[in-house]
Ligand binder design. Structure first.
Ligand code: 5AD
Length: 441
């Protein structure tokens, strides 16, 4: 939205969301028009009527705006919307012809056929740079063909780095006694979300923390309720394994999204790296969250020590089978104050391959470029978006806490003002021809 002058408060504005016009309503399902393209969205607690204008995120209507406000925004977007499509079409026009097993896997995916495990392993074993390029082209093309150029942008607010778990890969594990711990109180959270939502136009915020029992269910519910009532955003919880009662309560308070990775399908690896934890329990909870109606994001880590290509293929297949609204997976980055300090970091290529393969295996997926991918350098996000991904995360944690949310070293943008991060993200999306429409359901 950069370059576009807004008639009201959104001057800088990430606001990678545009208002849609309600075409029809059937029960809680609403058909929304974006410049002639229609999408479906759920009206969970926001009754709307045909002709009204709304914002949707993750397939959920998060806010309404008046026609008088919506029309100038749409007018400002209209021309750019079609220009972006042209840029995207150009960027995804390269040849997707490849020889051998990779070529066969690409052909299948393009034809809408499911990939076999052998196809997946063939993709993951690709090393030849020209073949890799073709793989990324193919995934990008598939993304464009199936989902168009829509891209959603989520803000992430890391509100506490206290954690009762001792995961071997994670820098905020309770065993890390050198880390200064912090907790944001309700007011600080409200202020940070308010800044992101009101000043910068974010429509989706992930509230993330370690597993911190300081925040009792009722405290979290009060925080969520206030955020939900005040801001038109999709609130996603990334708070780990809390009770079903807690999640139920938070959904009721207005948090309709949940982000919970299963980390790895390799059970032995899971138990070794997450002492005292069982993969089955985690998976049960993830499945329950989905059944409960949460907009679900899940995924895994790539490049954990001992992980194989078979594991990654299984991780991608499991992610798909969980039916998430968003795939969230990223590289494992060794942290110096963990038992895995001397483990090797995966290559950027491993992550890009996983993105491309996830796209081929699950063409309709929303695939996130995670913040951990950005540790590979300034070009990594663009590379992810050109290898099949179609969502971005921007860190909205207040600068004084950002360094302390030390999951892994080398986190991108820890010193960057949020406004700059937003400007860069918007410029990146524009340069790649990605438009701010919610993909809907
Ligand atoms: N490298 C990359 N990602 C990590 N996470 C935790 N530690 C690391 C690390 N060292 C991820 C986990 C967790 C999410 C919040 O952060 O996948 O689910």
């Amino acid at each position: 939205m950069i370059n576009i002058k807004f008639p009201f408060a959104l001057t800088l504005s990430v606001c990678y969301a545009i208002p849609g016009r309600v075409v029809s309503v059937e029960g809680k399902t609403v058909v929304v028009d974006y410049f002639g393209e229609t999408r479906k969205a759920h009206a969970v607690d926001c009754p709307v009527r045909p002709g009204e204008y709304i914002y949707a995120q993750g397939g959920i209507i998060v806010g309404q705006i008046s026609e008088a406000e919506a029309l100038p925004i749409l007018a400002a977007w209209k021309e750019r919307f079609f220009e972006l499509k042209k840029v995207d079409a150009e960027l995804s026009s390269a040849s997707t012809e490849a020889r051998g097993a990779l070529g066969a896997a690409i052909k299948k995916a393009m034809a809408g056929e499911a990939l076999s495990r052998e196809d997946m392993l063939a993709v993951l074993s690709t090393r030849n740079p020209a073949q890799l390029e073709t793989l990324y082209f193919a995934a990008n093309r598939l993304r464009k063909e199936r989902l168009g150029n829509a891209c959603c942008v989520h803000g992430i607010l890391e509100f506490s780095n206290h954690c009762r778990n001792d995961c071997h890969y994670c820098g905020i594990r309770c065993g890390n006694r050198t880390l200064k711990r912090y907790r944001m109180d309700a007011e600080e959270i409200f202020e940070a979300v308010g800044h992101a939502a009101d000043k910068l136009g974010f429509k989706a915020i992930v509230l993330q923390s370690g597993e911190d029992s300081f925040y009792k269910d009722e405290m979290l519910a009060a925080i969520v309720k206030k955020l939900h009532e005040r801001f038109g955003i999709l609130i996603t919880l990334s708070i780990g394994e809390r009770s079903r009662e807690c999640y139920r309560r938070l959904y009721k308070a207005g948090a309709y999204g949940a982000l919970l990775r299963f980390e790895t399908t390799n059970e032995a690896l899971y138990s070794r790296l997450r002492p005292g934890k069982k993969l089955a329990d985690r998976l049960e909870l993830i499945k329950w969250l989905k059944r409960m109606g949460f907009v679900l994001a899940t995924g895994f880590l790539i490049g954990l020590p001992g992980q194989t290509a078979e594991d990654t293929a299984n991780d991608i297949l499991l992610t798909k089978s969980l039916g998430p609204d968003m795939h969230s997976f990223g590289p494992f980055i060794p942290h110096p104050i963990t038992p895995l300090a001397s483990a090797a970091k995966p290559a950027q290529e491993d992550v890009l391959k996983a993105i491309a393969l996830s796209r081929l295996a699950d063409p309709q997926a929303k695939i996130l470029v995670t913040t951990a991918l950005e540790t590979f350098g300034p070009g990594a996000r663009a590379a992810g978006l050109l290898a099949g991904a179609n969502s971005l995360m921007i860190n909205t944690t207040p600068p004084k806490y950002r360094r302390l949310y030390d999951l892994y070293p080398g986190k991108a943008g820890t010193d960057e003002p949020l406004e700059d991060a937003v400007r860069k993200a918007v410029e990146l999306l524009r340069s790649l021809g990605r438009a701010p429409a919610d993909l809907g359901v």
